[in-house]
Design a protein around this ligand. Structure first.
Ligand SMILES: Cc1cc2nc3c(=O)[nH]c(=O)nc-3n(C[C@H](O)[C@H](O)[C@H](O)COP(=O)(O)O)c2cc1C
Length: 436
């Protein structure tokens, strides 16, 4: 491998992934609900030796655009969406080496429930599981859980910090050698090595112990995507993997340096943290064909604008239909949801009108359009410039064709350059992440 190899993660959106935008209807609907599509997807990723698949999540069916659910359901944005923790269990059974990261919200889980589910997954996968720690960003989700509105943004992070603390105590409540399973005596576990945690904090109370051991590595890999100052502190303090959408090479350098600085100030070794900027490569046999493919994806402007609006409206809870689509987004629009995303979107939009901007928008760190070899070269150059650690490929719109472009086109091109792995060195996600 090259002196500076990097890692690859895959962003998996479980919202009818084979249906929306340009790939409408190229896979039977049953393949989504049966999980067939997801199993084929994760097997393709594993064959390509990608580090992990990250299953995103949200907890609502939005009705933000125009005050009803028409747009969101028409475009399969946010729903139907399968539960990532349950789906992770199915993907685990279908694979042997790839890491599987499932999203779960600290605002709506209880630490004991989450610690139990992820300990179960960590045991089932023998250390291949990760937890994408999110705090949720929609009042509509809060309303599904008995609240009227979400706790305020920074307070959600304070709750998340205590949540993680409790979960870690629960995972540590079984000492590694607590299970004796002695055939001589016929006795199973040593009760002196299983401990109550008796946590009583500002937000949570849990007696413990957990009712099973945490499994290999003592806890799942922690993944997070903080972009606000509070979010970056949280990520620096807790994450093994960070997902981010910085603005180009300079933004990626700034983000990486900032998070590493924060981690070091907290007494962590910054090399333990692997940062994955989001990319959405568009690939074809020639540059011209790749550009044509990109243009085809955006050819139906009305469709593309509606889809993007529905996506943005869900997380930001802004009804974009209230604005004139042939004018730029007004300056005074704000959100209590993903503030960082609104800032990114404003940058991407530039001075364009809502129609022009939304119908041609891609959420990516740098645009990558070309042949597998030309895109591989650009990724290599980007990574050497930024200093590490990997990319998160955001397959949107995702289809079997797109998955094939990545796993049988881009990844082999990267492997030929010697910049990504050709085999898994270890059996656990944490060890593989840290193997170079
Ligand atoms: C690549 C990526 C994936 C994300 N996945 C999810 C997700 O599945 N569910 C969710 O509620 N938030 C998700 N988020 C949002 C983050 O958790 C976070 O709220 C967002 O980056 C804004 O950061 P801030 O909360 O520090 O302002 C994701 C963000 C990024 C960049």
């Amino acid at each position: 491998m090259s002196a500076d190899p990097f890692r690859l993660g895959w962003f998996a959106n479980l919202t009818a992934p084979n249906w929306n935008t340009a790939f409408r209807g190229n896979d039977p609907v049953e393949n989504f609900f049966s999980g067939r599509f997801h199993v084929d997807m994760v097997r393709a990723m594993e064959k390509a030796c990608m580090d992990f698949i990250m299953i995103e999540d949200s907890l609502m069916v939005p009705n933000v655009l125009g005050g009803d659910m028409e747009m969101e359901l028409k475009h399969a944005v946010y729903a139907p969406k399968m539960d990532p923790v349950v789906t992770a269990s199915m993907l685990a059974e279908a694979t042997e080496r790839i890491g599987i990261i499932a999203t779960a919200s600290t605002t709506f889980y209880h630490p004991w429930h989450l610690a139990r589910q992820f300990a179960t997954l960590n045991n089932i996968t023998q250390g291949r599981i990760g937890w994408n720690i999110v705090t949720s960003s929609e009042d509509l989700a809060a309303q599904n859980y008995g609240l009227d509105v979400l706790p305020e943004h920074d307070l959600r992070y304070e709750m998340a910090a205590e949540f993680v603390d409790v979960a870690k105590k629960l995972w540590a409540s079984w000492e590694p050698d607590a299970i004796v399973a002695d055939p001589e005596t016929g006795y199973y576990a040593d009760h002196t090595k299983v401990h109550e945690v008796n946590h009583e904090g500002r937000f949570y109370k849990s007696r413990g112990p957990l009712n099973l051991p945490a499994g290999p590595g003592g806890r799942p890999v922690f993944c997070q995507a903080g972009s606000s100052p509070k979010g970056r502190d949280f990520a620096a303090a807790n994450s093994d993997v960070i997902l981010t959408i910085p603005n180009g090479v300079e933004g990626a350098k700034e983000y990486r340096a900032d998070v590493r600085r924060r981690a070091e100030a907290m007494g962590r070794d910054p090399d333990e943290i692997k940062i994955f900027p989001v990319i959405q490569p568009i690939l074809a046999e020639t540059m011209e064909l790749a550009r044509e493919k990109r243009d085809r994806w955006f050819a139906d402007k009305q469709h593309a604008m509606e889809l993007q609006m529905a996506h943005m409206a869900g997380t930001m809870e802004i009804d974009f239909l209230q604005f004139d689509p042939d004018q730029p987004l007004p300056d005074d629009v704000t959100t209590n949801g993903h503030q960082g995303q609104l800032d990114i979107w404003r940058k991407v939009l530039g001075g364009r009108t809502i129609r022009e901007g939304m119908s041609a928008m891609r959420i990516e760190t740098v645009p990558l359009v070309g042949t597998p070899d030309s895109v591989a070269a650009e990724m290599d150059e980007f990574m050497q410039e930024v200093g590490g650690d990997g990319f998160l490929i955001f397959g949107q719109p995702v289809s079997r064709e797109y998955i094939n472009d990545i796993t049988n086109g881009l990844v082999p091109a990267l492997q030929r350059r010697g910049v990504v792995r050709t085999s898994y060195a270890h059996t656990t996600l944490r060890e593989n992440l840290r193997s170079f």
